[in-house]
Design a protein around this ligand. Structure first.
Ligand code: DGI
Ligand code: FE
Ligand code: FE
Length: 189
């Protein structure tokens, strides 16, 4: 699928602000894919569709999580987490993308997971550092991302966990698992 066709499809599902964010994630993901030798077209498509389900009604997402036997623990956590796995399903179903690498990058873009693929790391990180993002620590991660992909992902996950803890928010197991995996199996940071 060509970039412009994909953008035209996703635009209908997003607010203007979220569409701008998506363009930022797309550009950042393409750049990271070039830097780290990932498939640029796959990174581009995964980025374009990563927030496809962001504005689905909560009830619809909840039903899909149950019907499609996704991780039911999701329902005990913030609904912000649901659009990633639901998005992977709907992008396959409604847009017709079948590439499992692209779908996995969409599925894991919010929490990460242990043993992320290169493409998953790129989309996760691009979502965190795209030019429209402004939160404490993001510039550090941008700097690290230029040279050390795993370190950048680890720092982004760590910041996310700190952020959630500072707001007394629960941390989803996959987020902690991602942190542990990178700390235990990654290079020294
Ligand atoms: O969809 P975006 O806003 O572009 O970004 P995202 O898909 O990374 O979603 C970010 C939201 O998800 C943000 O409000 C923080 C939240 N989040 C990420 N990891 C966890 C989490 N929320 C909980 N409760 N637990 C997590 O582990
Ligand atoms: Fe998202
Ligand atoms: Fe996003």
């Amino acid at each position: 699928m060509e970039r412009n066709d994909a953008l035209q499809i996703v635009k209908k599902h997003l607010t203007d602000k979220r569409y701008e964010h998506t363009l930022g994630v797309m550009e950042t993901a393409v750049h990271l894919a070039e830097t780290y030798g990932a498939d640029v077209k796959k990174a581009e498509l995964a980025a374009i569709f990563h927030d496809y389900a962001k504005f689905r009604p909560k009830e619809e997402m909840k039903q899909l999580i149950i019907d499609e036997q996704m991780d039911e623990r999701l329902l005990q956590f913030h609904h912000e987490l649901w659009h990633a796995p639901v998005g992977a399903l709907l992008v396959q179903r409604e847009v017709g993308i079948t590439d499992e690498e692209i779908l996995a990058a969409i599925r894991w873009h919010t929490t990460g997971r242990p043993k992320m693929t290169l493409l998953e790391k790129i989309v996760y990180l691009a979502d965190y550092i795209e030019p429209g993002r402004r939160f404490p620590g993001v510039d550090d991660v941008r700097g690290i991302a230029a040279h050390h992909l795993d370190d950048a992902v680890l720092t982004a996950v760590k910041n996310t966990i700190f952020f959630l803890m500072s707001k007394r928010q629960p941390v989803f197991p996959a987020t902690m698992d991602t942190y542990n995996d990178l700390i235990q199996n990654g290079e020294d940071v």
